[in-house]
Design a protein around this ligand. Sequence first.
Ligand SMILES: C[S@@+](CC[C@H](N)C(=O)[O-])C[C@H]1O[C@@H](n2cnc3c(N)ncnc32)[C@H](O)[C@@H]1O
Length: 395
Amino acid sequence: MTPEARIGSAVEILDRVIAGEPAERALTNWARGHRFAGSRDRAAIRDHVYDALRRRRSALALSGQAEEGGRALMIGLLAGEGADPAAVFSGQGYAPAPLSAAEAQALAAAPAPADLPEAVALDVPDWLAGPLKRRLGADYARAMAVMRSRAPVFLRVNAQRAGREDAQAALAAEGIVTRASPQAKFALEVVEGASRIRNSASYLDGLVEVQDLSPQAAVERLPLKPGQRVLDYCAGGGGKVLAMAAQVPGTWFAHDADPRRMTDLPARAARAGVTVRQLAPGSVAAAGPFDLVLADVPCSGTGTWRRTPEAKWTLTPARLRTLLHTQAAILDAAAALVGPKGTLAYMTCSLLDDENGAQVAAFLDRSPGFGLEFEQCYGPPDGGDGFHLSCLKRL
Ligand SMILES: C[S@@+](CC[C@H](N)C(=O)[O-])C[C@H]1O[C@@H](n2cnc3c(N)ncnc32)[C@H](O)[C@@H]1O
């Protein structure tokens, strides 16, 4: 496909997303109906779609149009990148249809990127700008600018299998170039060859897992000791329990209110060479108590906007309130499973204090049996996704 044809396809897919179809599903459905598109085409189209979703607000403003549509977003995205939209939207060959008179007029009257209001230029919903500024302080603008770009790919070396340098050499032999990340002992940032990871022997043999840098750094801070009984209470795909199990020998348990979320866990655990016992909802208390209970709770995902840009625009105050209730209920349920002198570790991939420090402070107010050991926030603007860890101790 030509570069222009790829942009035309991104327009079609964005129209579906704007109509309500989740981006991943819209991309998959489009690919099914366009078998001629090769893997490079699909990757490029995916990049365009995700770039437009990350920059949805500024792209629309830079198109000069009032109504959101796939064409408006791609026109504005190109304008924001300093390209000439009319040269791409030419109607030549497989390029999208030329700009209409109304589109050309709107584009001519659109503000320059430097004249956009701050929240528009940074692609931040207005209602979230205040809380994010309070949390990020002087880093706010740089962090939000980072959130408008693609996320780097990070790997976690399975410390049970190899050291970081050996893993780097094995990956390099398969065309995957990495550099060691200083923020976490087992983290590698992929510099080249990210598309080869899932089919590489290093990945299939459990030498490495794909995991963002921030959760890796957070798991490294957990007070894990050999032989402990540890429960990942909101295990999902098992990323955190596998990271913990790679650090020390222990007895590992995984639970999720929606057990279907753990479907991939057995295969991932087998690759990593660890045993994780899955506990069905309702059977957790009988398996307790635990030395450490990890609650990696459902959250706004404000720290992962680079990877899941749709979440930026779909979060509402009402949805956030629901999440806050769920998080508080999970903290209470997870706390009840912590044994004497045990640890309750609370994690989110949120940048909002309501979900982090304030949530934990409210828990401590109603739970005199627990004390705060430490809390830590991770990236952005530097390193990985926005992430939070609070470590609480049963007194
Ligand atoms: C942030 S995700 C966990 C991601 C996972 N730890 C990982 O590393 O891949 C949150 C998970 O919490 C689960 N969940 C939601 N409500 C819950 C509840 N009340 N009790 C336990 N798990 C819950 C969701 O199904 C979801 O899988």
